[in-house]
Design a protein around this ligand. Structure first.
Ligand code: 1HN
Length: 349
């Protein structure tokens, strides 16, 4: 409502009584909420936030003294947006968490309709298994478990391993489309040798008789950091984009679409001293610093970032990124969903 002050107490009381009467029939007046339902521009309840890995690492490790991976099923500390506490959300549509697996542990096999990505942050020696193929995790590797694929994790090494999980949980919850199933066996049998998917799908070739429809997730489920890093360094000879630095998107090599239909994933390099021009877009985005250090300024608030830190830029928040030292950032968002629905917008300021 626009001008409540211009109405008499009588009118307002009559309206209030009316709202109560129609409320008992589960109706409510649009005119009281119209402005909030159709705002002139996105007004996310999510807020910018930064998690320093150095600051939270000890708390992640402490979880390892309190519960096993087997009992927890997944031993994860959820990164909750301060504006969305209690909802297991880092943005309105996305989830993020830090998962810990100790030497000798297994996180048992299950599958669900939610799609997941892993970004390996700390420690060596863990593996994840996706539909019967194992992959050894190295720092910076980006690994996916598409919707309804069986997956379990283990740690065959001698160090704790921590990775970031990114899932489309809030989006699937919103759609009431979640299903999940636990496997009888904790670990999947290995049905293909390690490296099979990377060789078949990740070497600029595809099996000659395989076709994929747009929207199907990629059969390449590991994007090794060594490849990503080498590519970002090699393209950094020319001038960086003023708003994005040197920014690439990960693709399903069979279709050119995002690796999974619900989450877009990106890697970008910002050379030492480079500051991006102010930019905003409608996909709230989770950033992870893989290398380097710098500052993000988000709607006027400054956050320093260092290696392994996570920060979130909510929808339509204007931000800049400055690299204090040569930086590589990974990021993910719901951009493919917004693009498929014709909703995505960006503004380069
Ligand atoms: C899940 O399956 C994993 O497989 C991690 O590692 C986090 C959060 C919610 C629901 C399922 C995993 C998850 C999850």
């Amino acid at each position: 409502m626009n001008h409540p002050a211009h109405h008499s107490a009588e009118t307002l009381a009559a309206r209030k009584a009316y709202y109560e009467r129609i409320g008992s029939d589960n109706m409510t007046p649009l005119w009281e909420v119209l402005g909030a339902l159709v705002p002139p521009e996105p007004r996310s309840p999510a807020v910018p936030h930064h998690w320093s890995y150095a600051a939270v690492r000890a708390q992640v490790m402490e979880a390892g003294t309190l519960i096993s991976a087997a009992e927890a099923e997944r031993r994860v500390l959820i990164l909750e947006n301060p504006g969305l506490r209690g909802q297991s959300c880092i943005t309105q549509s996305l989830y993020a968490g830090l998962q810990l697996i100790l030497p000798g542990e297994v996180a048992p096999a299950h599958r669900h309709t939610q799609s997941a990505l892993r970004l390996v942050l700390d420690g060596e020696g863990a593996y994840t298994s996706v539909n019967g193929e194992r992959v050894t995790m190295h720092r910076g590797d980006f690994i996916i478990t598409p919707a309804w694929t069986w997956h379990d994790h283990g740690n065959l090494g001698s160090e704790p391993v921590v990775w970031l999980d990114g899932l489309d949980i809030p989006l699937v919850r919103f759609l009431d489309a979640g299903f999940a199933e636990k496997s009888a066996a904790p670990s999947q049998g290995v049905v293909r040798p390690e490296g099979d998917a990377l060789a078949r799908y990740g070497a600029n070739m595809l099996p000659v008789d395989e076709e994929q429809r747009t929207g199907e997730p990629t059969r390449l489920f590991i994007y090794p950091y060594a490849q990503t890093r080498a590519a970002l360094l090699a393209i950094a000879q020319g001038a960086p984009d003023a708003h994005l630095g040197f920014k690439q998107r990960f693709v399903n090599p069979a279709t050119g679409a995002s690796p999974m239909p619900t989450m877009g994933t990106f890697a970008q390099r910002l050379p030492t001293g480079f500051t991006t021009r102010p930019y905003r877009c409608t996909d709230g985005t989770v950033y992870v610093c893989l290398e380097g250090s710098g500052e993000a300024e988000i709607n006027g608030r400054g956050f320093g970032f260092a290696e392994r830190d996570v920060f979130v830029v909510p929808s339509w928040h204007t931000f800049t990124l400055r690299a204090r030292t040569d930086s590589i950032l990974f990021s993910y968002s719901d951009r493919p969903v917004q693009k498929a629905l014709g909703l995505w917008r960006e503004e380069r300021l």
